[in-house]
Write a protein that binds this ligand. Structure first.
Ligand SMILES: [Zn+2]
Length: 127
């Protein structure tokens, strides 16, 4: 059963919070989108009034780790030698790689916001 009550005494489970973040939903209530535009966060959740990023830069640590996943994937492809040898082929792969980084930005921001919320709950700063 979905915990949508922000005043509930039970803390949210990490998997629940991450799932909500992956869908760009509020990590606390799961009912509203985190964004008012493609990549512009609401200051507050429109449904439960959760402040999504209380201090600017709180999610940077998660961002840095999340971005490294793409770098690591490219390095693994380079190491395995599965990238094309021709320059046009390499440029094509680079274009796909950059597109993947840009397209997944809202998803990654959603996860970063969710993880930040989860840490705040665990530290007793949030309900
Ligand atoms: Zn909410």
């Amino acid at each position: 059963m979905k915990n949508t009550n922000p005043n509930s005494a039970s803390p949210p489970r990490l998997t629940t919070v991450l799932w909500r973040g992956l869908r760009s939903k509020c990590p606390r209530c799961g009912g509203a989108s985190q964004y008012r535009k493609w990549f512009t966060l609401h200051k507050h959740c429109p449904q439960c009034e959760l402040v999504l990023e209380p201090a600017s830069g709180d999610t940077w640590g998660f961002w840095i780790v999340g971005d490294r996943v793409f770098v690591a994937a490219l390095l693994v492809l380079l190491y395995l030698g599965v990238l094309p040898r021709s320059w046009p082929g390499r440029l094509f792969v680079l274009g796909i790689w950059i597109a993947a980084i840009v397209i997944t930005m809202p998803l990654r921001q959603g996860v970063c916001t969710a993880l930040d919320y989860f840490l705040r709950v665990k530290q007793g700063q949030e309900t």
